[in-house]
Write a protein that binds this ligand. Structure first.
Ligand SMILES: [Zn+2]
Length: 302
């Protein structure tokens, strides 16, 4: 009896330390995070910190933010924006539902920002998050998009025509590409990881063919002067996007013929179909070549 109690007490202590230390680690990461703004056009900035790259449009009439990273970073993000404009954030567009792009929604919503997103973003956020212990954490109402749309939405602020265009089944099932028409700037959300292999969330309706299609849509909107904000990675040009497109198209084709030849996932991974491109990407900050093969294989086998 005593022994069992001791074991249970030890287990409880280990659990408390483990559960306690994980958020502490995450918290210190957030404390170390620096929010930096890089101007990409007149009144338009790419803002980086931890998580998905943000886009900012400022001007006389409004402050519009694309994505908002993690909740513990909101104060820092607000401070960085206050260094650029006197207007608080009035509009937010979520490019998709992932927490490193929507984590600040509740804070900004409570500060009065109007949040917009694709229909699927709201329906996924509404269902909350399931923790490792199976507990479902439902969102506060302020964290949810108020305006949702299915195909496209146009914002007319800061002398810009800003179009949010839904791309089907790409990184998730609710992705939006944002095009600043006059400024010739595009924010691609996580349909584009610059200089790295793209992670695709198959469980949230993502598919390799949608990621390729999203690149084609943005390429058609681009010229050599276009500045492209990727979901992750440095600010990009049309050439960067073209290279990303060509890479994943070539790897997809290679894997398609290997599947047709009856090869298993393990055989395909061992054959390294990404090898010609591995030196073009930084796998240390995103998914590995093996994981890329796994994602494409599973997309094509669905
Ligand atoms: Zn994402």
């Amino acid at each position: 009896m005593i022994r069992a109690d001791t074991t249970r007490a030890k287990l409880a202590l280990v659990a408390a330390l483990w559960v306690g230390s994980a958020p502490l680690f995450a918290q210190s990461q957030m404390e170390d995070t620096r929010i930096e703004a890089q101007q990409v056009a007149d009144g338009i900035y790419m803002i980086t910190g931890r998580g998905g790259n943000m886009g900012l449009s400022t001007g006389d009439d409004s402050t519009f933010l694309i994505d908002d990273q993690f909740a513990p970073l909101t104060d820092k993000i607000v401070a960085a924006i206050a260094g650029i404009t006197d207007h608080p954030v009035e509009y937010i567009l979520n490019t998709h539902w992932h927490g490193d792009h929507t984590g600040g929604n509740e804070n900004f919503g409570k500060q009065g920002a109007l949040i917009m997103a694709h229909d699927k973003v709201r329906s996924r956020l509404v269902n909350g998050k399931t923790t490792d212990t199976g507990e479902v954490l439902l969102p506060e109402p302020e964290a949810l998009p108020v305006v949702t749309f299915n195909d496209s939405l146009t914002l007319h602020v800061n002398k810009q025509t800003i179009k949010g265009v839904h791309v089907h089944h790409a990184h998730t099932d609710g992705d939006v590409i944002v095009h600043f028409e006059e400024a010739n700037v595009i924010h691609m959300g996580d349909t584009f990881f610059n200089q790295r292999y793209p992670w695709i969330d198959l469980k949230s309706g993502g598919h390799i063919d949608g990621v390729i299609k999203a690149a084609k849509v943005a390429l058609a909107l681009s010229d050599e002067h276009t500045r492209i904000i990727p979901g992750h990675g440095p600010l990009a040009s049309k050439l960067d996007l073209q290279n990303h497109h060509d890479r994943i198209v070539a790897i997809r084709e290679e894997i398609t013929s290997m599947i047709a030849a009856g090869q298993t996932l393990e055989e395909i991974q061992a054959a390294k179909p990404t090898a010609p491109f591995d030196s073009e990407v930084d796998s240390s900050v995103s998914i590995s070549a093996e994981r890329m093969v796994d994602i494409i294989y599973k997309s094509l086998s669905q």
